[in-house]
Design a protein around this ligand. Structure first.
Ligand code: HEM
Length: 511
């Protein structure tokens, strides 16, 4: 899942080019001050000509920069990114208005250059503009691909892959001689990729190597997270061409299309023989070819939808598992409590066996630890950017149509108005509280809320919970080489979905 990634190099690049492009931009009618007919815009830091507030957004963690700006300008403030107005929402009460009361106005997605090139002109769900096309494909996902029933149907796949994952950890742990530790990041990424890939394509990859599919899907998310100059300066599209982004998008899109076409071809062949279990691509082909379930899809919709599962599902799930484990290691007393709950709930545990999904609902502390992790480290700290459909007013301020909107769920999770000891990892705060993932309580919205809220919630939480329950049940965990807790830093990587900056390497002792 991607949005804008404003790294300092690009801000500099904009600055350098902005001077020489001044004339073009002014002629094209872009730049701050263009639309000042509205009466009361939200508070805003002073802007420079042409670039607006871009110079304020240096640094690798946009959510942190925006949190600092919110502390100065309030929970609803306005920035100008080149010619584009952006409103930033940083409190539960403002999110309530934007994602619920006025969800019908804030539910568009801004056009993103890389998404257009990679996802068939934004024919997927996540980047699709609000309208009939989005409504159709979203319904296919909600009613069919990601429904509770369909998520349940992947239970055997999850159990099989998590069992393999446990075996791999056991093998890598070298029966107690692994002072250097096991690379858990790598194993978690591999598990997540395999589950998504098998749910989407089964084993029918049209002869393409699984490693190639994995590599390409990573390239897809990397390119989607790359900031395009033309998203902020529509007159400067040639800059994306000059820096090679254009070529990279086209190259990646062509390779992705080749892979998806080959998997579709094998699935089509298989439909005739009808000999294997159904995966998500089979479901989509049934809808496309037979008009099943009253939906209308064409071949391009099928391709864009299947790619969305990878874009939206892999990094988000893997990072949530990794952050939860890292927080539990950093807080050993919490790990001990969760471990004792998990072990006591696994019936007949005389012999190590896989924890089953039916057992997860009794593990309320484990679930609370995952929520607490998502409060502190939401996989998408700024959700996915939205855009207003028409002029509106929020909290007495005018918000014009086509304003971009970012909701800083990361800042909201650390807001001391909403959370006591907001910076501390205290899973028990969620026990006995009716705070779920649905977005009903806007203090806690790691999956977003409203009509553009995440449709993959059930798919994601099942895998996250099952994986962590098994990690915690089967093994005892420590930092490698006697590393002390103080030196184990939970530092974020850069990017729109920040993970742990360093690889998670842990010493494992099998139960
Ligand atoms: C821990 C895992 C996940 C997290 C934290 C997460 C979070 C999010 C967030 C914050 C949004 C934007 C919501 C908004 O704008 O209000 C989103 C959208 C979306 N997610 Fe997820 N997600 C996860 C897993 C998944 C999975 C596994 C899938 C599918 C396989 C998925 C599919 C989608 C799609 C298709 C959208 C776009 C919805 C739309 O625009 O209508 N997500 N997700």
């Amino acid at each position: 899942m991607a949005s804008l990634e404003l790294d300092s190099t690009l801000v500099l690049l904009s600055l350098v080019f902005v001077v020489s492009c001044f004339a073009i931009v002014v002629r094209a009618g872009f730049g701050p001050g263009r639309k000042e007919s509205v009466h009361a815009l939200p508070p805003s830091p002073p802007a420079l000509p042409i670039i607006g507030n871009l110079h304020k957004l240096g640094g690798i963690h946009l959510h942190r920069t925006l949190q600092a700006l919110a502390q100065r300008h309030g929970p609803l403030f306005l920035l100008r990114l080149g010619s584009v107005p952006l409103v930033v929402v940083s409190s539960a009460s403002m999110a309530e208005v934007v994602l619920k009361t006025q969800d019908h106005i804030f539910c568009n997605r801004p056009e993103q250059y890389t998404a257009r090139g990679l996802l068939y002109g934004c024919r997927d769900i996540a980047f699709s503009p609000y309208g009939e096309q989005w409504r159709q494909i979203r319904r296919v996902a909600v009613v069919h691909l990601l429904s509770l029933k369909r998520v349940d149907s992947f239970r055997a796949l999850r159990v099989e892959e998590v069992s393999r994952f446990v075996q791999r950890i056991r093998a890598a742990s070298g029966v107690g001689e692994d002072r250097d530790g096991v690379n858990m990041s790598e194993l978690i990424i591999s598990l997540t990729n395999t589950v998504i890939s098998k749910a989407a394509f089964g084993n029918k990859l049209g002869g393409v190597e699984p490693a190639m599919v994995r590599g390409l899907m990573k390239e897809l998310t990397d390119v989607l997270s790359t900031f395009a100059v033309s998203d902020m300066f529509p007159g400067l599209g040639w800059l994306d061409w000059a820096r090679g982004l254009d070529a990279r998008v086209k190259r990646t899109a062509a390779k992705l299309d080749m892979v998806v076409e080959r998997t579709i071809a094998e699935h089509e062949e298989n439909r005739v023989n009808n000999c294997e279990a159904r995966d998500l691509l089979d479901d989509l082909l049934s809808i496309y070819k037979d008009g099943d379930l009253g939906f209308k899809l064409d071949r391009t919709d099928v391709k864009a939808l299947i790619l969305d599962m990878f874009v939206a599902g892999t990094d988000t799930i893997y990072k949530t598992i990794e952050w939860t484990m890292a927080e539990l290691i950093k807080n050993p007393r919490e790990l001990e409590k969760v471990q004792s709950e998990v072990r006591s709930q696994v019936a007949g545990s005389a012999q190590a066996r896989i924890v089953l999904e039916e057992e997860l609902e009794k593990m309320s502390l484990l679930q609370a630890a995952i929520k607490e992790t998502l409060r502190l480290h939401p996989a998408l700290p700024l959700l996915v950017p939205r855009e207003t459909i028409e002029d509106t007013r929020v909290d007495g301020y005018d918000i014009p149509a086509k304003t971009r909107v970012m909701v800083n769920t990361w800042a909201m999770g650390r807001d001391s108005e909403s959370w006591e000891n907001a910076e501390e990892f205290l899973p028990e705060r969620f026990l006995g509280q009716a705070i779920g993932y649905s977005g009903k309580d806007t203090r806690f919205i790691p999956f977003g809320a409203g009509r553009r809220g995440c449709p993959g919630l059930a798919f994601a939480t099942r895998l996250v919970e099952l994986t962590l329950a098994n990690m915690i049940y089967h093994f005892n965990w420590q930092l490698p080489n006697g590393q002390d807790l103080e030196s184990f830093e939970l530092t974020e990587s850069s990017g729109v979905s920040p993970g742990l900056k360093s690889t998670l390497i842990l010493t494992v002792k099998p139960l």
